[in-house]
Write a protein that binds this ligand. Structure first.
Ligand code: DOR
Length: 444
């Protein structure tokens, strides 16, 4: 049951509305009812007041890209545990990728995720349907049916659509629904079974590298196809400086493209594969928790990704939360699964960019709220805003609260994080979905 909540004295930042002020926010009947001067809210019976002094109050975060693993891989994550992790991370809406078993390539599989999320989900879950049946890259799914069932886009994420012809057809068909193709850009002939960025670290560790061009060549191909077909294209997990430049040029030409970047690609470099402790760099060790696809790159790439966020080339930040079991990761590097469990560390890790003056707070919040909301559109109501009348999805965070990441405390089943043991600054205190408090720090 939703309650009447007054969030008092916080710094309200709602980039979509251009709001950045210390004010009060009133929630009634699950909706944003009022924003105004402190102490001036219309009086309400049975009011719960949250003292938000010193906190940022913003629209709940929206994650365009996460893996909930259900159905089929419930040992890695479930809709219940993944959405709980999302709530802890300040996320109120998450879009889940279809690389499940069975994959989300039929109306009934989309229905399953939506229904399970309604029953078990702590936050709103919006499913993404497959581009091709079984994610096999051969036959296009019934896209209009998937859209009717509630998919917010199409992706074979984890795998690229290798054939240019199939991708071109998929772009044509996707237009009937107006939904984007969410593109995992990888030329697998070039990545060729590699495990990490192709560079000095891969050479030193003797691990097969993935060249940057494996991503960039597919980005270039699909930008050209999007221009040809006029389809909506969304480039997932951009990781290289040249990909950013390609997207920038395509946007300048008017191509209907959007793009996302992950917190880990914005904050970690390929050196992290050698382990977190400096002294370990003198030994030939590796940490499979830093194995992710696309791989962690260099500082020049990070600088370009941040520049891309600032100038609007990159629209959104998405976690690519990819939980795995201990067994999936406690093995030799080549055999370990790709992926990072990212929902619970996203904000704190991104706040390091704000604290080091690389990104301003309003831009960061826009990339987690109004910008992903724009990409999803309004079929699920107006998201990513604190506009009166909209669903009360709100995140409250302390930008300066310091904490140490302990993966054992995660709500996610996936403890696979390269941030384990890291001391971070910035923590989610309360998450509200539809007027209901779904997470409060220290109340399990
Ligand atoms: O690292 C990754 N893990 N990249 C992907 O594209 C897929 C994901 C997964 O599903 O584990």
């Amino acid at each position: 049951m939703s309650t009447t909540i007054l969030i008092s004295g916080g710094r309200i930042i709602d980039p979509g509305q251009g709001i950045d002020e210390v004010a009060d926010l009133l929630i009634t009947k699950g909706k944003i009812a009022w924003i105004g001067d402190k102490g001036k809210a219309p009086s309400q019976p049975d009011l719960t007041t949250i003292d938000a002094t010193g906190l940022i109050v913003c629209p709940g975060f929206i994650d365009l890209h996460c893996h909930l693993r259900e159905p089929g891989f419930e040992d890695k994550e479930t809709i219940a545990t993944g959405t709980k992790a999302a709530a802890r991370g300040g996320f109120t809406t998450i879009c889940c990728m279809p690389n499940t078993n069975p994959p989300l390539d039929t109306q009934s599989s989309i229905d399953y995720v939506k229904k399970a999320a309604e029953v078990e989900g702590a936050v709103q879950v919006l499913p993404i349907g497959c581009v091709t049946k079984g994610r096999q890259g051969k036959e296009i799914t019934e896209m209009s049916e998937l859209a009717k069932a509630g998919a917010i886009g199409f992706s074979d994420d984890g795998e690229p659509v290798a054939s240019s012809r199939i991708m071109s057809l998929a772009m044509d068909y996707s237009q009937a629904s107006g939904l984007p193709i969410i593109d995992h850009c990888e030329d697998q002939e070039l990545s060729d079974g590699g495990f990490m960025n192709d560079g000095w670290v891969s050479a030193r560790l003797g691990l097969k590298g993935i060249p940057k061009v494996a991503e960039e060549i597919t980005v270039a191909r699909d930008l050209a196809l999007a221009q040809l077909t006029n389809a909506r294209l969304h480039i997932a997990h951009v990781s290289t400086a040249d990909s950013v430049e390609l997207i920038r040029q395509a946007k300048d030409k008017g191509t209907t493209v959007t793009a996302e970047v992950t917190p880990h690609h914005l904050t970690l470099t390929e050196e992290r594969v050698m382990g977190s402790k400096l002294e370990e760099h003198n030994q030939l060790t590796y940490d499979t928790n830093a194995k992710v696809n696309p791989p962690l790159r260099n500082k020049e790439d990070i600088a370009a990704l941040i520049k891309g966020l600032k100038d609007g080339t990159i629209d959104a930040i998405a976690t690519d939360h990819a939980p795995h079991t201990l067994v999936d990761k406690m093995c030799e590097f080549g055999l370990a699964a790709f992926g990072i469990s990212g929902l619970e560390t996203a904000l704190a890790c991104l706040m390091s960019l704000v604290h080091s003056d690389q990104l301003d707070l309003n831009t960061l919040i826009s990339k987690l709220t109004s910008e992903p909301a724009r990409i999803i559109g309004t079929r699920y109501g107006e998201l990513g805003t604190l506009k009166p009348g909209c669903r009360a999805d709100v995140a409250l965070f302390d930008p300066n609260k310091e904490w140490t990441v302990s993966s054992l405390d995660f709500a996610s089943k996936g403890r696979n994080t390269p941030f384990d043991g890291c001391h971070l600054k910035g923590n989610v205190m309360i998450t509200i979905v539809g007027g209901k408090i779904v997470y409060k720090l220290n109340s399990k």
